[in-house]
Write a protein that binds this ligand. Sequence first.
Ligand code: ADP
Length: 249
Amino acid sequence: MNTLEVQDLSYSYPDGKPALRAVSMHAVEGECIGIVGPNGAGKSTLLLHLNGILPGDDSRQGKVIVCGEPVTSSNLHEVHRMVGLLFQDPDDQLFCPTVREDVAFGPVQFGFPPLEIDRIVRESLREVGLEGFESRSPHHLSGGEKQRVCLAGILACNPSILVLDEPTSELDPRGRRELARLIRGLPATRVIASHDLELVVDLCSRVYLLDGGEVVASGPAREIFSDEDLMLAHGLEKPHSLHHRHPHP
Ligand code: ADP
């Protein structure tokens, strides 16, 4: 089952500052959930835990369970295969001289044959609207193109769970619309952290609102986002699409 469960997760960075406090959340198979909250709420820290990037040592308490498997230091390899994480900053994810090598990185690690890898790279680039970009240098692309190359690299690994940190931050309106369509059509269980609340309300059935490292509210996206007092108390605003529309005269 492509499920995700976080139980009472607390974490402090090495400087001792708590970034997550007893966070619990879950996503059922095929669900698309949103993580929202002001800057510094702990969204990125939570997402890094979902594929085991932050260490499960003394600074962490609680559990992350991916597809029924508790994440430990001994199964990180499988966890990385099950969970695809799109970093907030594409420059943290791109490190090869060509787009082809970056997108092929996962399939090469999995030991797929070269012809199969070529096919996967081609299809993943097509899915994100970057057909024919194989020979380009990732470092000479626009922010939006870089973000889409990163996503192609994740799609190339066909993860059971897709975790996206601010996936629209670098995209123009058309890129954003296409990304929304792509994410909506994916069969994977999806977790999206974003300030783009219109995207979240459009794609996510449920949301978790984080502030100060804690889950302060959770529930259906429309319900949480329509609670203006709650939203303002945590530095957010009700999305325009949820404001009452007056009928035309
Ligand atoms: P968000 O993604 O919601 O903006 P973060 O998860 O980035 O929040 O940050 C949560 C808290 O952890 C913040 O107080 C932030 O300053 C702190 N933090 C984030 N990354 C680090 C780090 N590498 N070292 C120390 N503190 C960090």
